[in-house]
Design a binder for this molecule. Structure first.
Ligand code: CA
Length: 221
């Protein structure tokens, strides 16, 4: 799960990013509407946290143009504008939630989780395929109900694969979803991590397997 934080206050953006990280979400920071546009071109985000007071274009206009272009990514407005009319406007423009600054970071995370649960393929906190399950909140992985210890990167790989069962997942899209922007990737870091996930699943008696497709990526089925 990758979240785009749109916030021109660098300190606040980093603070939110840290909180998201602790909650198990990857995120990128856009400091302006222009940066948000660039980020959206490059990656698919599961949700956007949107400040309204941006230096270039007002956040309400950013939201308007997102929705006008049929982009349905969940948007949580995070702003100092706390008037009832501001909230109504924001929600009418297509925001999915609205939180007023100053805010309690735990509330932000809780609201974000609620947003991320809404998409059609997620009716609970659990993603599963055959006897493999991942709780997206507690980040615990089980095979046949028994816990399998996986590292953060491994869990993120498994989550991505569980969201695209039976589909070929390219190496690039997997990388983009797993590593923070700017993360220094050694050439075979992803390969090694996938290998570890594959082995742990196999050793635990998982039914689905991760198959490498030469030169393309992986398929989980
Ligand atoms: Ca601002």
């Amino acid at each position: 799960m990758r979240v785009l934080i749109t916030e021109d206050n660098g300190e606040l953006a980093s603070f939110i990013q840290e909180a998201l990280k602790r909650a198990g979400y990857l995120s990128d920071i856009a400091r302006s509407a222009g940066e948000l546009k660039l980020n959206l071109k490059q990656l698919n985000y599961s949700a956007i946290i949107l400040d309204l007071g941006l230096p270039d274009i007002d956040g309400t206009n950013v939201l308007k143009s997102l929705r006008n272009s049929s982009n349905t990514v969940p948007v949580l407005i995070l702003t100092a504008r706390g008037g009832v009319q501001d909230k109504i406007n924001g929600l009418n423009l297509g925001a999915d939630d609205y939180l007023v600054k100053p805010f309690v970071v735990d509330e932000l995370i809780a609201r974000l989780r609620a947003l991320l649960r809404r998409p059609s393929n997620l009716s609970s906190n659990q993603l599963d395929k055959d006897n493999v399950a991942l709780d997206v909140i507690s980040r615990s992985v089980t095979v046949d109900g028994k816990n399998v210890i996986m590292g953060k990167t491994e869990t993120a790989i498994l989550e991505y694969l569980l969201r695209s069962p039976g589909l070929t997942v390219s190496k690039e899209s997997l990388e983009n979803n797993i590593y923070q922007s700017g993360y220094e990737l050694t050439e075979n870091a992803l390969q090694v991590a996938v290998h570890r996930v594959r082995k742990k699943l196999k050793d635990s008696g998982a039914v689905p397997t991760i198959t490498s497709i030469r030169g393309i990526g992986y398929i989980f089925k």
